[in-house]
Design a protein around this ligand. Structure first.
Ligand code: HTL
Ligand code: MG
Length: 627
């Protein structure tokens, strides 16, 4: 039996001798690789954080102290050490552990998270709460260099330096976001160097280091002066300038050294940043060699590891269309907030580098930079996941919509996203975009319609949002932009005629509607590709014919597509013979989206049931399908 077999809590790690930590780290790394081979997941980030994880749990007790992991995707080791080892093989699947830290899953998870850059502000709040109650616990934030590009993180840093509350901030710097990290601060971080006198002490060994730290333990001005001399970096250190004590950079894979520093910093007043240098994918050759491919891995054979290709995705369809559009019109730009791979933009970044912009994990910057471009006559496309546009919402209203600017929002991962779960579900965008004056919203049924919609959006101008789901789609045949299908603006398309009930499906749920209808002569199926504006002409026809309606969407019911149809019918004074299918006021966890759609009542079975409820109905019916 190894050390890992005896670890069921953070406190267990605290009881190990410091010289046992390297062995625990080695066992933990092997376990993470074994787990990810079966489950896939955020392998490279979790491997890079192995030594940090062990050192943190050695110095701190996560049941008592608050360890706030940013994003939470690097926490496979943390989960294994805190009593969840046996459940790891269920991670990111229905009913299993979440892929990120989740407070409902364990008291050792300080924060429910999945979006980047929240750790510092949350840790500040926790530290202030601790100080107010004079409670005896430590607060530690762990933030990656990628997450530090977000404005939320940088603004929190500014405030932390001002408040001066005691906390440890570990900057886990691997020079990578999902792809290469960007930004001037990132470049500056490359030049931060350990002070020469500090290096000398380090090279003389632990005793010399202890000597250096000794004055810091004393109180009073003498100690302060010593501390200043000790930490004051000679160069212009940006973190120091923001009011933090700065230590580093140190090797983030030397677990004993990490434990030493973390233990020392714990005793210091005020906020201290420990800058550690790590390697994404550390200890697994293929992941170290290609950390981008292994950021989010699929399952693999540990002895013969290969990342599997996924086949043609909606994101690829977008990326391909964007290249053609940008080559066709030299005012077309694409902006991504740190999601080059996920948004299908690898080829775009190479073929149109002069009009490709990765702004880091800063969705607000992506949207407002697009506004600036549009104000000067350019045609920016903001390529963004539904869930991450939430971060840029004020910018959508205040910077883009108020000026009615020609900005296209290419919204990827719209709908349930599967393994990433509740933090990443793209099921709010319709509701938050629909009330924005002048915003147009559409969803294609396939790759051809996607490019047709993108072209129409760019030609028409004004803010337009086009949304598509995660997953595969058949590629559109090659064709010059002039020959792309023109999608008549604001029109729906009847894909199947039927006499008694019409199913109106927005976006990718269309395939469920077609499956549910089969060749049932009673059921019409409509590709309701425009949500704003609705096809009011077609709706008027259904009202006149007395046809009951079913709306289907991969989105929450509140404020969604069905709500838009219901509002319109109510405004007309038409009887509401309508069943709305979608997500009814709940956070949907990780799982298989197809099964979840069925379970939530908007898969084929749910649509069929709604149709049966409505056949022959003459009176208004309750509009939301509650189960
Ligand atoms: N935008 C926001 C607001 N949140 C997230 N989580 C993303 C985008 C997508 N994302 C990740 S992980 C990640 C991004 C951009 C890179 C984080 O880089 P960092 O960590 O340097 O902080 P590292 O991977 O260890 O290098 C996920 O959605 C999981
Ligand atoms: Mg990083």
């Amino acid at each position: 039996m190894g050390l890992l077999d005896h670890i069921t809590s953070s406190a267990d790690v605290g009881r190990l001798r410091r010289d046992e930590l390297p062995q625990l780290a080695a066992e933990l790394r092997a376990e993470i690789i074994d787990v990810c081979a079966v489950t896939g997941g955020h392998l490279a980030s979790s491997l890079g954080a192995v030594e940090l994880t062990v050192a943190l749990h050695h110095v701190h007790d996560s049941a008592r102290d608050r360890i706030v992991w940013d994003v939470g995707h690097q926490t496979y080791g943390h989960k294994i050490l805190t009593g969840r080892r046996a459940q790891m093989r269920s991670i990111r699947t229905a009913g299993g552990l979440a892929g990120f830290t989740t407070s409902s899953e364990s008291p050792d998870d300080a924060l429910t998270v999945g979006h980047a850059s929240t750790s510092l502000a949350a840790a500040l709040g926790m530290a202030l709460a601790r100080d107010a109650r004079q409670a005896p616990y430590d607060v530690v934030a762990v933030i990656g260099d990628g997450a530090l590009t977000g404005g939320l993180a940088l603004a929190a840093l500014n405030q932390i330096g001002h408040q001066g509350s005691r906390m440890t901030i570990v900057l886990n710097d691997n020079e990578m976001s999902i792809s290469e990290n960007v930004g001037a601060l990132n470049a500056t971080m490359r030049h931060l160097q350990v002070q020469p006198w500090f290096q000398r002490a380090e090279s003389r060994g632990k005793a010399a280091l202890e000597d250096l730290w000794a004055p810091l333990a004393e109180l009073g001005s003498r100690a302060k002066k010593a501390a200043r001399r000790f930490f004051d970096p000679a160069s212009n250190n940006p973190f120091h300038a923001m009011g933090l004590r700065y230590v580093g950079p140190i090797d983030g894979h030397d677990v004993e050294q990490l434990a030493f520093y973390l233990a020392k910093i714990r005793e210091l007043p005020g906020p201290t940043m420990l800058h550690i240098l790590t390697r994404k994918g550390k200890g697994y050759t293929v992941a170290e060699a290609d950390p981008i491919a292994w950021h989010g891995a699929s399952t693999f054979d540990p002895l013969n590891p290969m990342t599997s290709g996924k086949g043609y995705q909606w994101s690829d369809a977008f990326g391909d269309a964007a290249i053609d559009l940008a080559k066709h019109d030299d005012r077309v730009w694409v902006i991504t907030p740190a999601m080059r791979e996920g948004s299908g933009l690898v080829r775009f970044s190479r073929e149109v580098p002069q009009r490709y912009l990765d702004v880091g994990i800063a969705e607000d910057v992506a949207v407002t930079t697009a506004a600036g471009l549009a104000l000067r006559g350019e045609k920016p496309v903001v390529a963004i996941y539904s869930t991450f546009l939430q971060r840029g919402y004020d910018q959508v209203i205040h910077d883009v919509a108020l000026e009615r600017l020609d900005v296209v929002f290419g919204i990827d991962r719209a709908g349930l996203v599967g393994a990433d779960g509740m933090t990443h579900q793209g099921v709010y965008d319709i509701a938050y975009l629909r009330p924005v004056p002048g915003m147009r919203i559409a969803a294609p049924k396939d790759a051809r319609e996607l490019r047709g919609l993108l072209r129409a959006a760019l030609e028409r101008g004004g803010p337009v949002a086009v949304r598509w789901p995660r997953g595969g789609v058949a590629p559109a045949p090659d064709a010059p932009v002039e020959d792309w299908d023109a999608v008549p603006w604001g029109t729906w398309e009847v894909l199947k005629e039927g006499g008694e009930v019409a199913v109106l499906a927005f976006g990718a749920t269309l395939r469920y509607a077609l499956e549910a209808a089969g060749d049932d002569p009673r059921v019409a199926v409509v590709n309701a590709r425009f949500l704003k504006p609705l096809d009011e002409g077609m709706l008027a026809g259904f009202v006149a014919a007395g046809t009951p309606l079913v709306t289907v969407e991969d989105h929450v019911l509140h404020g969604g597509f069905g709500a838009a149809v219901a509002e319109h019918l109510a405004d007309l004074g038409a009887p509401l013979r309508l069943v709305r299918l979608g997500i009814d006021d709940q956070h949907v966890p990780h799982g298989d989206p197809k099964k979840q759609h069925e379970a939530l009542g908007y898969g084929p079975t749910g649509i069929r049931a709604a149709v049966e409820r409505l056949v022959g109905v003459q009176e208004p019916v309750p509009v939301a399908a509650r189960r």
